[in-house]
Ligand binder design. Sequence first.
Ligand SMILES: Cc1cc2nc3c(=O)[nH]c(=O)nc-3n(C[C@H](O)[C@H](O)[C@H](O)COP(=O)(O)OP(=O)(O)OC[C@H]3O[C@@H](n4cnc5c(N)ncnc54)[C@H](O)[C@@H]3O)c2cc1C
Length: 382
Amino acid sequence: MAFELTPEQRQIRKVAREFAEGEVAPVAAKHDETCEFPAAIVQKLGELGFMGVLVPPQYGGAGLDYVSYALIVEELSRSDGSVGITMWAHNSLCANHINLFGTKAQKEKYLVPLARGEAIGAWGLTEPGSGSDAAGMKSAAVREGRQFVLNGTKAFITNGSVGRIAVVMAITEPALGSKGISAFILERGMPGFSPGQRYRKLGLHASDTSELVFDGVRVPEENLLGELHMGFVNSLQVLEGGRIAMAAMAVGLAQGALDATVAYMKQRTAFGKTLAEFNGLQGMVAEMATEIEAARLLTLRAAYLKDQGKPARQAASMAKVFASEVGMRAATRAVQLHGGAGYVTEFPVERIFRDVKLCEIGEGTSEVQRIVIARELLGFRA
Ligand SMILES: Cc1cc2nc3c(=O)[nH]c(=O)nc-3n(C[C@H](O)[C@H](O)[C@H](O)COP(=O)(O)OP(=O)(O)OC[C@H]3O[C@@H](n4cnc5c(N)ncnc54)[C@H](O)[C@@H]3O)c2cc1C
């Protein structure tokens, strides 16, 4: 069993780390404070090939593997979770759905600008009335000649108001339940398609999260993505990769919390010693580091299975639920180990504590991940 990254994967991690430390970390606190979308950083991510990581070069992407992708997401999130989620929602959800199920013409028209970072992508499954029970959506697309007329609202969509291209799911045959949902590619500017309200959030302030509103949007039939009625089924495959990315984001945030805590413990003194010299506190950081390493290994294992073309649904859910809960524990401990300094915005652990909570909620909550894992274990069909 090989635990080593290839020289190429190590090089990619180095590039991502240098970029994150040099360009993302210095402005993370400011973007969090102002809720400013990191547009300049996203443009540079495009220049680095990080907006089309998994997309083949023929469609403008970097054509890298999932392990490399997980490393990039981890490094970006280690410096700023908002940049991490902006990048991976675009890659894993929007671009990857088109990459996996799009026609050649759809890839040429939509995937190329996404992969080059010329357009930001969003992906809409969740609705105001349906999240964990995503197939319980209300948005519907009714065929009229060579078009579908789309009505409904999506909720909590990452890149919803900054995105130019969106993949959205809607009911096309109500009688068929989850087998009667189709995916469509929408473009900003289509009449009737608009972002609704932009949410104010607990954390990830620099990430854009908004509604998507469809008011009689006339979608040409060539924008049907994948087979008719297969949109929800295909979404489950898309989510598998998304959960690996979310796990990598949680690992990155946790590592950021640990890095900050180690540095703080070496310089903060109490009772004539540095915090680093207290045995009890050493135990706390040792546990943090051990859990983070376990979460990283689960995440890279899930990514490796994807690269091998092996079943990865259970592995992705295991990585996601474990890494996100490790991330939350690490952030809580990091704040505790900073004392009062952990509760104020001067130190990054306060931001990480707020940002990492999303990892237990988005892409399927921790409860939903446990259901996915148990179904595989016990042999139930999804
Ligand atoms: C910042 C942010 C970004 C997001 N980005 C996107 C995006 O880009 N695209 C997108 O489509 N969605 C996105 N989401 C939506 C996200 O995926 C959902 O919020 C999530 O799946 C949970 O759905 P919900 O909010 O409707 O919660 P609910 O489904 O209402 O769940 C409420 C609670 O009930 C529990 N629960 C529900 N059903 C069960 C069950 N069967 N068994 C046990 N417990 C259960 C849940 O675990 C949770 O604790 C985003 C959300 C946020 C906050």
